[in-house]
Design a protein around this ligand. Sequence first.
Ligand code: NAD
Length: 362
Amino acid sequence: MSAKIAVLPGDGIGPEIVGEAMKVLDCLRREFGVAVETEQALVGGVAYDAVGHPLPRETLQLAKAADAVLLGAVGGPKWEPLDYSVRPERALLGLRSELGLFANLRPAVLHSQLIAASTLKPEIIEGLDLLIVRELTGDVYFGKPRGIRTLENGERVGINTMVYNEREVRRIAKVAFELAGQRRCKLCSVDKANVLESTELWRQVVTEVGKDYPKVELTHMYVDNAAMQLVRAPKQFDVILTTNLFGDILSDCAAMLTGSIGMLPSASLNESGKGMYEPIHGSAPDIAGKNLANPLATILSLAMLFRYTLRDEATAVRIERAVEEALDAGVRTADIYSPGTHKVSTSQMGDQVVACLRSQAS
Ligand code: NAD
């Protein structure tokens, strides 16, 4: 039976980068007999323009019925004046909470071919392979009360609530310990337990869960120090486990270690392993429609989809190998270009990955 993937290209560069991932998927079907069906739907600003809501009911139904979701990106200046409740970004929060996608996996791997594209010194990042496990359905993004209110004296206040319950911390901690156990067995839990009670509880619960994983070495770090350590000596980390807010920020920082945000895929999983897969970057309005965006983060997100939801490791590895071979061939989109390499467009990069994939079949 075919697996079904809901494909949500979204806004800005979304359709361009997802288009390249679809070429890869077509090649996998044709050359390797991979059995997957896809169905596209609107999400984000384009959905708002079409039907007045960033997450239309049909899109949510499709996402719920599918085995996995592949998403491009949402948002852009056009929709910034809209009320928060219908902003494109609300669609992401809606998908995450409706599908129960509490575990966000963000690998930051330096492809050795891109060492010159990073702003950090080669010796700092060479061989970098870390995984950020970010809690995705709690914290200030969902906590209540929230909003902007006007006090009796006429002054406005903005409110968000940082809140975690024990169950939320326990289930994400288990995911992180399991993954660390399959890697180098080192887990660093990042919090701000010295000043924030919600993360004091976080630290207590992570420590309790750690007792069930004696082979995994658990350490704790405050988020401000973690930000510094990520650029000072990132190779000290294997798996970083952190909260929704801190993970959001630290993973962008980790992205730059690898050369470009255009290289980083992500998986967001629920308790039964169903997932939404997307690049960690946004809709990049500054380069949208110009055939300039790097599609590799989206293509690598497709690899994660095969690994974590479809449990097809061979296909995941095949895609990742094709990306490596494309980089070996010297082609680079503008964001990862360095002298001596060959600058290509979004679609040329996709074509190169497909060509490398096809050569694996012959
Ligand atoms: P962004 O990630 O879209 O862009 C930041 C910078 O990185 C830009 O200079 C952009 O050109 C570059 N960039 C991003 N992806 C790239 C790629 N694949 N190839 C080459 N360069 C790339 O972040 P932003 O500018 O802060 O946000 C733009 C819009 O995206 C906003 O509306 C924001 O809310 C939204 N956003 C959406 C998501 C998502 O859909 N998951 C995530 C973050 C931001």
